[in-house]
Ligand binder design. Sequence first.
Ligand code: MF3
Ligand code: CO
Ligand code: CO
Length: 268
Amino acid sequence: MDDPRGRLTKDGIRIHEAADFAGMHAAGRLAAEILDEVGALVEPGVTTEALDAYIEQRVAVAGAKSATIGYRGYQHASCISVNHVVCHGIPGPKVLKDGDILNIDVTVIVDGWYGDTSRMYVAGALPRKAERLIQVTHDALMLGTEAVRPGNTFGDIGHAIQSYVEAQRMSVVRDFCGHGLGRVFHAPPNVLHYGRPGTGPKLEEGMFFTIEPMVNLGRPETKVLADDWTAVTRDKSLSAQFEHSVGVTADGADIFTLSPAGRFWPTR
Ligand code: MF3
Ligand code: CO
Ligand code: CO
């Protein structure tokens, strides 16, 4: 889709104007509100398609659009990734059971701006190992956002995430990454969740992108199932993910997808 305002860096990364932050805040807020609300529905016995149905109607009630319905043939308003599913889990008749952990990922379009965010939820009681995984993944995302400021590089973000996760003896998924967004869903750059300090493109005020680390309790390798979407850990270990959409300001990150209810993690 055409995105005429602002300019592109030599790496093809769009530099947005100050006024564009308001559009991203509106989109990010709606996505975050929906994730706040859907948490009340997550419990043993519920299907992932029931959660998706709530999200789809909530997007419509807001007068917004789902970015995922119709995206490369995808037909749902969310991705719901349970236990060893790393990302892009397809909502369906699967019934949640006590102790299941799940990521719900929602992207909405409000007035042409994209808001993309995901969080972890638990059905029933949270197992101890899953709790550690989820906390580390959450903290890794927030450490990544703390590395966002003009003059730092994308490698600084990846390094902040990777060094923390690996010090906890968990692994960072390499096969999926964050992305630029704005008036498009996926734009340059690829935001890697691993890397070396000082490498990669320099961050500039006005860049909009997601940070969305996936962390595994076991090895980092993934594979995509025959449905062409569902990505799982090869070793079947548990996986977690959190995602924020952010903008670079003069001195840090403006997080567009903060939870209005303060329920990013724990989710309720
Ligand atoms: N929201 C996902 C992301 O973080 C993309 C989902 S694309 C879909 O980039 F088609 F699988 F929904
Ligand atoms: Co994303
Ligand atoms: Co997403």
